[in-house]
Design a protein around this ligand. Structure first.
Ligand SMILES: [Mn+2]
Length: 308
């Protein structure tokens, strides 16, 4: 893999969820960190996300058994590729390096998760799909629509992510789940660009979020769509995830997000889906609340991607 700092791939860094004895020469799942926050519009610090997240994974507190009783270590051999070598003065180049890393992962045809970093990392991911001429559909969990054309004279801001992704020639469409901070022009853009929007309020009225998530991904796969799931942690209420760049009150709970994600991942073969978790800003993580939320999301989501 090109342009990667291999700073964090040593096996002693990889315990907790990523147990030491999972590491061997034939990984079937890949992690990649994108320590970027150049375009954050409010609270900087997401660049520390990937490494801080690994510190939490280092804990031996976790049994790595999902609520359904699956022991992840029986199924996964995880390769952590460390972090993309971000250039802190050059966002465009940094996203280019991100996209090159993701191209390598996509070409390996194996499942992967990207840790942010702020949400601009997903611009790099969508550029990778585009470059490989791989049509992709986004499931986009976020309190925001991220459909601004420009923010503070940057068209690569984390608040422009879905807009830029939607301009890719291989973009098939998106479903945004859990938005609650938006304006009329963003909603109008969504309507005209095959972006389905489901607000936090509408999501809360679903009676079975697991089934809802599963129906969503199954329908997309029936249309032969390759899916990328982008999880901006601000989709959660700040009481569950205080350490995000732009918190918005009134969000969903960790449990509701687990239902949605496990539903989405259960609906498709893991080879047809990839994902990212972005906007974790450990500088604001009181009592590591957000970090432990992420660990739980990761555990249950990996469990739901096991196919028999
Ligand atoms: Mn957001």
């Amino acid at each position: 893999m090109k342009n990667i700092e291999f700073a964090c791939h040593e096996s002693e860094m990889l315990c907790g969820i990523i147990k030491r004895d999972w590491i061997d020469n034939s990984p079937n799942y890949h992690f990649l960190g994108v320590p970027i926050d150049i375009s954050s519009s409010y609270r900087n610090g997401a660049r520390h996300g990937p490494d801080f997240f690994r510190r939490i994974l280092h804990s031996e507190n976790f049994e790595c058994v999902t609520e359904k009783g699956l022991s992840l270590k029986n199924y996964y051999r995880i390769q952590d590729w460390g972090n993309i070598g971000i250039i802190s003065t050059n966002l465009r180049k940094s996203l280019r390096l991100t996209s090159e890393g993701v191209i390598d992962l996509l070409q390996s045809k194996q499942s992967f998760l990207v840790f942010g970093g702020d949400h601009s990392a997903t611009i790099g991911i969508s550029q990778a799909f585009d470059e490989l001429n791989l049509p992709f559909y986004l499931i986009y969990l976020d309190a925001h629509l991220d459909l601004y054309d420009n923010v503070t004279e940057s068209n690569l801001s984390h608040a422009c992510t879905l807009r830029r992704a939607s301009e890719a020639s291989d973009f098939l469409g998106a479903t945004v789940l859990g938005y609650r901070d938006f304006n009329e022009s963003q909603l109008a853009y969504a309507k005209n660009n095959n972006i389905n929007t489901i607000s936090t309020n509408d999501l809360g009225r679903q009676t079975d979020l697991f089934q809802f998530g599963m129906n969503l991904s199954q329908n997309l796969v029936k249309k032969h769509h390759r899916i990328h799931v982008s999880v901006d942690l601000d989709v959660l209420d700040p009481s569950f995830a205080p350490a995000v760049g732009n918190p918005v009150g009134g969000g969903i709970s960790t449990r509701e997000l687990i239902w949605i994600l496990t539903g989405v991942f259960s609906g498709v073969n893991a080879k047809n889906i990839s994902w990212d978790i972005v906007e974790f800003n450990p500088l604001y993580d009181l009592s590591e609340i957000t970090a432990f939320t992420i660990v739980k999301l990761l555990l249950e989501s990996l469990g739901a991607q096991i196919s028999f």
